[in-house]
Each structure stands twice: as structure tokens, then as C-alpha cells.
Ligand binder design. Sequence first.
Ligand code: CA
Length: 283
Amino acid sequence: MQPALTIEPPQTVVFETLDALGGQVRETGDTVDALDFSRVNPATGPVAVDGARPGDALAVEIHAVELPHQGAIIAGPGMGVLGDLIERPVARILPIEDGDVRFGDLRIPVSPMVGVIGVAPEEGSHPTGTAHRHGGNMDAREIGPRATVYLPVFRPGALLALGDVHAVMGDGEVCVSACEVSAVVTTHVRVLESRAPRWPVVETDDAIILLVSLPTIEEALREATHEAVRALERVLSLPFEDAYLLASLTVDIGVSQLVDPNKTAKAVLPKRLVGPFEAWPAS
Ligand code: CA
């Protein structure tokens, strides 16, 4: 929690990040057998943001994500949704060229995202592999270029850190990893006074995404649903019953990841309905 850098917001900050495997899978033949798990899922930082106070929101816009020429993906017994079915550890190097991730003969268009982004938690400490109200290992594929992440500030200076960039990932991250890459992430950091959201919020061109991470996906899905209904009540001045019905008509509930120590669910609200997060009434 000692800051690596202190900034005066608003400020552009460039993060050089290590991949989620700590750079330990770089060549064909590297496997997860030899992985030192104490080096897994690192985040770069933390950056102290001058003037950020508990109760504020930290707005982190992702300007650009610069990808390297290859990534890696791993799985093994006990890992991921089907960890009981996979019999041996596997690791693949995935070349990245001409805007595609190569998987054998298949080409998958890159869609870069920041897997870990968070601030210092309210109390105690969380490993960077865990997600909760402070952000963390949410593995939400919407956190990519042009998106803004709003994080609740719990401690003076916020202490922002990020890493675990994926060149591409599907919702769920089912095998436990994605196309894990080291990357250069250019951000723009601002502070919104007294605007802390209850859970991390992501804004894209057309949606507001509420991210909830709890020990089971059932708990996370329920709380994401409740959070969406609370947002509709507040933003549109609706009674609970109407917000509940409207959520059923307009909100997409989904899964960001199913494989980390806390599971992350999302509620996707159309921006044409709720407008930009910064125009919402303070909670
Ligand atoms: Ca991750």
C-alpha cells in the first residue's frame, strides 16, 4: 500500500503491466506445473491520487491498451468450471498478429481488456486475485479502450492499481485464464467528489455496467440485479415495483467471471435509458 507514484488529478497515467502468470509462461513447453502461484495475478501500482477521499469516486478512463506479439493461456486439474474433467495441465502460447489472436489455424479478433483494476479496500487487505467492492480481479471484458471505470474510494489517495490484461476473453473465463498478456495501459484519472458507487461501475459508449463480486455466482447475480433496480429507482425516480418490472424489460444480467475466488456478475443498463453515470443523482 506504499504508493509507487503520486499524481495530481486530472492526470494521464501510463501503466506497464505484467501478465497474470507473472511472465512465467513464455515458450511452448512451459506448463502450469512449475508455476509459482505467489507471482500470479500481479497489479501495477499503487498510484496515490492527491485529494481523493473516502466517499469519492475515482474515474479511470481507459484510453489505450498496447498489446505485445503473443499471449498465453493455461488450464489444469481443479482449474476453471470443468476442473474436474481436465486430466493434465496445459499451456498454449498464442501469437497476436494483424489484430488477431491465433489459436492454431483460427483467428480471433483482439478485444483488449483490463482484468484487474482496483483501489485499496475499506479494511484489511485483499489479494490482487480477489474482486470485491474495491474492484480487483473482476475480469470484466467491458473494461477496455474507451470505457471509464468508476471505483469507490475507501482510503485517502485511493491507491489505484491495475494489471492482468487480456487480449481477448469470453464472459465467464471458463478455463481459469484468457489470452494473458503483458501490456501498456494508458489511463486518464479523475476524482468525483462524494460520488462513490456502492460497487464498481463501468461506462461504455452505450451501456452502464454494474459489477458485483461475491463468494458465489448466485449471490453475485442477485446483488447485481438488486443494484440495477436500485439504480433505476434512483435515476428515474421510480418506486421499487416499477423499477423491478423495468429491469426485467431492459437490463441484461450476466456473468463476467466464474473462476476467481469471488465470482463476478454484471447488470448491463442501456445508456439511452439511464444516461451517463456522471449525470446520476448522488447516492
Ligand atoms: Ca484475472
